[in-house]
Design a protein around this ligand. Structure first.
Ligand SMILES: Nc1ncnc2c1ncn2[C@@H]1O[C@H](COP(=O)(O)OP(=O)(O)OP(=O)(O)O)[C@@H](O)[C@H]1O
Ligand SMILES: O=P(O)(O)OC[C@H]1O[C@H](OP(=O)(O)OP(=O)(O)O)[C@H](O)[C@@H]1O
Ligand SMILES: [Mg+2]
Length: 300
């Protein structure tokens, strides 16, 4: 490899892929854990650095605010990003959503005070709606033909009706606790969201190989969630019964046991939530030495 004297160019040559991830907030820890579990790893010494290295010398992490990540990815500042689908929609960013990571599930909802006279979205004509999602809110009301006064806020949106700042809010809810605590009720769901791996469309072509590699690594962790690996010894004559009990991926794997000709080893990937019941049924069918193991990654 030849190195230029331009440090920025050098950096771009060395780090062929940059992934933007949230620097804080409720999805930042699950995202860090996912990257760790995928084997890529993050090396930032726990310091609040802007950029961190990974185990792959060609991949680096850029910490950013969740709302800025779609634009960083769309503009090519980062090739990949991990953030909420709501953020992508709010910024109308031209990015490719590669993979739903299955966490950070929430809804952007329209809510009014419990005792409000406003009961339906149509009642909000000319009323004040505060939100951290002005673009999503504008689009939503345009679609239903209602024109409210939109008040953008930077946080604590649920407090604005009781402060007399707004008549309704458009904000995120998942458990609904924050809405309840603020005596608000949902009158419509505007958008469902979860955390996504997003990509710059040009990078998807020009850096396809590396992006596919990272995509696969993250997906393998998601695939393994809620699954476990069962191993047991079974009499050869009971294999057909065991086969009917285990709904494994593509059926269980049956292997010879060197020390015994009438015993075989049965291995299968099963849903974690089914293991408790499966074990009893397998025991009844004569399975012995049953091992249940966690699966870290599952590549399909
Ligand atoms: N209650 C929730 N349940 C599930 N996911 C959520 C919830 N709140 C937020 N998220 C997801 O996490 C993303 C980031 O939200 P979070 O509140 O952590 O950061 P933020 O408020 O944007 O950060 P900042 O402090 O920079 O404003 C949201 O865009 C959404 O996708
Ligand atoms: O339905 P719930 O489970 O109560 O979650 C909803 C809350 O979660 C998010 O805020 P967060 O806690 O991330 O804090 P923030 O307002 O500082 O972003 C969101 O803005 C809501 O306020
Ligand atoms: Mg927030």
């Amino acid at each position: 490899m030849t190195y230029s004297t331009n440090p920025i160019q050098d950096r771009n040559q060395i780090f062929s892929i940059r992934i933007a991830i949230p620097n804080k907030g409720r999805i930042s820890i699950p995202i860090r854990e996912l990257i760790e579990q995928s084997g890529l790893g993050i090396f930032d010494n726990g310091e609040r650095t802007l950029i961190a290295r990974t185990r792959d010398p060609h991949v680096e992490i850029l910490y950013a605010r969740p709302i800025d990540i779609p634009e960083y990815v769309a503009s090519g500042v980062a090739d990949l990003g991990i953030t909420g689908h709501d953020m992508v929609i709010e910024r109308s960013s031209h990015v490719t959503e590669l993979l739903d990571l299955g966490f950070g599930n929430a809804s952007v909802v329209l809510a009014v005070p419990d005792d409000s006279a406003l009961k339906t979205p149509k009642d909000l004509e000319g009323k004040r709606v505060s939100t951290e999602f002005p673009a999503i809110t504008r689009k939503y009301f345009k679609k239903i033909g209602v024109i409210p006064k939109i008040i953008p806020v930077g946080g604590a949106c649920e407090a604005t009706p009781s402060l007399g700042i707004s008549d309704a809010i458009v904000d995120l809810a998942s458990s609904g606790t924050t809405l309840r605590q603020n005596h608000l009720q949902v009158i419509d769901t505007v958008l469902d969201t979860s955390t996504f791996l997003i990509a710059n469309p040009l990078s998807c072509t020009s850096k396809k190989e590396k992006i596919d590699e990272i995509h696969l690594a993250l997906e393998s962790v998601i695939n393994a969630k809620g699954k476990c690996y069962l191993m047991m010894n079974v009499k050869r004559t009971s294999v057909d019964t065991i086969r009917t009990i285990i709904p494994g991926m593509g059926g269980p794997t049956i292997m010879e046991v060197a020390s015994s000709s009438d015993i075989v080893a049965v291995h299968a990937v099963v849903d974690e939530e089914k293991v408790y019941q499966l074990i009893n049924r397998l025991k009844q069918a004569g399975a012995k030495d049953i091992l249940v193991m966690n699966i870290e990654r599952l590549i399909r």
